[in-house]
Design a binder for this molecule. Structure first.
Ligand code: ADP
Length: 373
């Protein structure tokens, strides 16, 4: 079988083309050069096409392009063999190459005819662009509606939390008065019930206050000014002086830039992150907090605390999301939502990298437009 295959390279029985007929040098070389040049072009075209198809996987009917590659490549082979036949009379190989070329060309024609109706249905660039424009417009409209709804929701949260404060204050003070008025005359059960009411009211007041803080972080007009961020950190630390002293927390900062930001909001951001870093460190440990800037737009607040399960890395930024019981760590679950709001209002994003028991690394960016140096 293999011997028979080798027969296609057999040149016996044929003279080289130069010895066959009355070739002038000019005539022969014209054939040879034209065939070689055509062959080179026929090899280069499928090669370029192959690179294109393998890199652009989204090209429709890519299999057809591969068929084109085979067809053009076989045409090139025929031309190359034709050029070499002037010295090496492998007419049998030439015949095989021509049969292959005929096969590929027929297959290409059939494939083209089959594909034509589908290809005609493909949208043109103008059509695609028009559809894209419509989609962009639609998205703009949806975004505007969403922004409006968000605004309404924020207004609603603001009004509700603001207005809830008054009745809550009333419940709290009347419960206090009741406890004071009845004093020792109250049965133990009633006294316990009243204590529960007072505790719950206090907790609800704290939640409403925090909700109001969150709503303000999203509503209040930004007052952006050129601010050395180190000053925001210093202000945040200043507001937590007692807490930092009692926990003996060690806080280091490094290379914070000067940026155009809302000083109050960014101070609040650092304050929440530092406060959490202290709170979520075991009592037996001294909290260590590093505040960094990598020079490329990413800020970090890294602590040595209890860490966070990565499964909750996203949800902890949602309002009221807490991972611990209230008696283990106090809080309302609003601090990180305020951080996210503060960062987003400055065109940035916030995320956390952490493992339970290995501390937490909160990272955030602020819009480069806010940066000044
Ligand atoms: P709060 O501190 O009032 O609970 P936050 O919104 O600030 O609310 O935080 C949400 C939750 O994320 C916390 O209850 C805690 O489980 C987790 N968390 C936040 N910061 C840290 C931290 N530095 N280390 C470990 N857990 C944290």
């Amino acid at each position: 079988m293999f011997d028979k295959l080798l027969l296609i390279f057999d040149v016996s029985g044929f003279p080289p083309r130069w010895s066959c007929g009355l070739w002038s040098s000019l005539h022969g070389w014209t054939h040879i050069i034209a065939d070689v040049l055509t062959a080179l072009a026929y090899f280069a075209i499928p090669l370029t096409l192959a690179v294109f198809v393998s890199k652009r996987r989204d090209v429709p009917f890519s299999w057809l392009l591969w068929l084109f590659c085979a067809f053009i490549f076989s045409c090139g082979s025929v031309h190359l063999i034709e050029a070499t036949i002037f010295w090496h009379p492998w007419y049998r190989l030439s015949a095989v190459a021509k049969v292959l070329t005929a096969g590929f060309s027929l297959m290409t024609v059939v494939a083209l005819i089959k594909v034509l109706p589908e290809a005609l249905k493909l949208p043109g660039m103008a059509d695609v662009n028009r559809r894209l424009e419509v989609e962009v417009e639609e998205r703009k409209r949806v975004n505007q509606t969403l922004a409006l709804k968000n605004r309404e929701l924020e207004d609603f949260a603001y009004i509700v939390s603001h207005d809830l404060q008054e009745p809550l204050r009333a419940i709290s003070s009347f419960s206090g008065l009741l406890k004071g008025d009845l004093g020792e005359n109250l049965p133990d059960v009633a006294r316990d019930d009243l204590t529960h009411i007072l505790n719950s009211t206090e907790r609800m007041q704290q939640m409403v206050k925090d909700l109001l803080r969150l709503s303000r972080a999203g509503r209040d007009e930004l007052k952006k000014e050129l601010t050395p961020l180190q000053e925001c950190v210093d202000d945040a630390i200043g507001q937590m002086e007692l807490r930092i002293a009692s926990s003996e927390a060690r806080i280091t900062t490094c290379g914070l830039p000067t940026m155009t930001v809302d000083r109050r909001l960014i101070t609040q951001l650092f304050q929440n992150l530092i406060s959490n870093a202290i709170k979520f460190t075991k009592d037996s440990q001294r909290p260590t907090i590093e505040i960094t800037y990598d020079g490329n737009g990413v800020f970090g607040v890294k602590d040595s605390g209890i860490g966070i399960d990565p499964a909750y890395a996203k949800t902890i930024f949602n309002p009221f999301k807490r991972l611990h019981a209230r008696d283990a760590y106090e809080g309302t679950g609003i601090g990180l939502s305020i951080c996210r709001k503060a960062v987003e209002r400055h065109g940035g994003r916030i995320w956390v990298e952490s493992q339970p028991g290995s501390g937490s690394h909160f990272l955030f960016t602020l819009s480069p437009g806010s940066k000044d140096d």
